[in-house]
Design a protein around this ligand. Structure first.
Ligand code: C2E
Ligand code: MG
Ligand code: MG
Ligand code: MG
Length: 285
């Protein structure tokens, strides 16, 4: 009897596994097609100067509106792209679109996320070089954001990859700092041009003393090493003020702007420019 029940349970478990596997396969197939047909789009989120709140850059964030399913978060499909060999094609598509888009915004920096699966490829720097050539964007306007996951596995190769990228003139930022096992040793060892502090820390800046002390200490340390710091996930003016007070030079979050389609960035830049001109005219009068 118990054996029978066990078998029934197992069958039900296996059925669930099969359903899961099927859904995953379908997702992978759709994703493959999305990359080939350029169904994927890129949204841009403002990066603002912490003292003036002016937009000085954007972060490119991939978007996928999966037919019949609606929008899917990159947190859900990037890992699938990673394990199914699609990440390089996906990453290249985003980099290309972002660099092309940035050519309409001559004064803005453009930050693009890089997956471990891209970073691991010794030819990655060559891809980056060809996109720079193809789009004509100035290398120093491009920041590649990497997370710590791969660094832990491969510190030596990380160092080499970063050196190759920096030799092209692009900037390299450490993303999601403070979200996992972030080691302060990374800051010293890898020559990052910027660090981005994860939302999981910044969101608690006003309520949680420990988060606040960690933020203060992290920003102070980065600054003493001459590494500029961006705070992610700022949703209120008070949070932004606090992080600017700790020494972050750049802020990002819904308070300053959500990720938006390409044309919206152009509009926002035009408004910003008009405001600056108005001010100058006011000062002259
Ligand atoms: P990330 O690079 O840390 O990007 C920031 C994420 O936080 C974005 O989520 C953004 O929409 C969200 N965010 C920004 N400000 C706020 C805020 O004030 N409040 C809240 N609640 N969220 C905020 P998104 O676009 O869903 O992307 C999630 C992650 O997926 C990214 O985290 C990045 O790791 C990855 N990702 C996105 N696009 C790409 C891509 O093109 N390539 C790769 N490899 N990864 C990507
Ligand atoms: Mg990022
Ligand atoms: Mg981040
Ligand atoms: Mg993050």
């Amino acid at each position: 009897k118990a054996k029978e029940a066990g078998r029934a349970r197992m069958t039900c478990y296996e059925t669930a596994m099969d359903a899961h596997r099927e859904e995953r396969n379908a997702l992978e197939l759709d994703l493959r097609r999305a990359i080939e047909t350029e169904e994927l789009t890129v949204a841009y989120q403002p990066l603002v100067d912490a003292s003036s709140c002016e937009m000085t850059g954007v972060e490119a964030l991939v978007r996928w509106n999966r037919p019949g399913h609606g929008p899917i978060s990159p947190e859900a499909f990037i890992p699938i792209a990673e394990t199914s060999g699609l990440i390089e094609a996906l990453g290249l598509l985003v980099l290309r679109k972002a660099c092309k888009a940035a050519q309409q915004w001559p004064d803005l920096r453009v930050a693009v996320n890089v997956s471990p699966g891209q970073f691991r490829n010794p030819a990655f720097a060559d891809y980056v070089r060809s996109v720079l050539n193809e789009t004509g964007i100035e290398a120093e306007r491009v920041t590649l954001e990497i997370t710590e996951g791969y660094i832990i596995q491969n510190p030596e190769r990380t160092r080499q990859s970063i050196e190759r990228l920096k030799a092209l003139g692009v900037k390299v930022a450490l993303d999601d700092f403070g979200s996992g096992f972030s080691s302060i040793g990374y800051l010293r060892q890898f020559g990052f041009d910027r660090i981005k502090i994860d939302r999981s820390l910044t969101m608690d800046v006003l309520e949680d003393n420990r988060a606040r002390e960690m933020l203060k200490a992290t920003v102070a340390l980065a600054r003493s090493l001459d590494i500029p710091v961006t705070a992610e996930g700022i949703e209120t003016e008070e949070q932004g003020r606090a992080l600017q007070g700790f020494g972050c030079d750049e802020l990002q979050g819904y308070f300053y702007g959500k990720p938006m389609p390409e044309p919206e960035i152009g509009k926002r830049l035009a408004v910003q420019l008009a405001a600056v001109l108005d001010e100058e005219r006011g000062a002259a009068a």
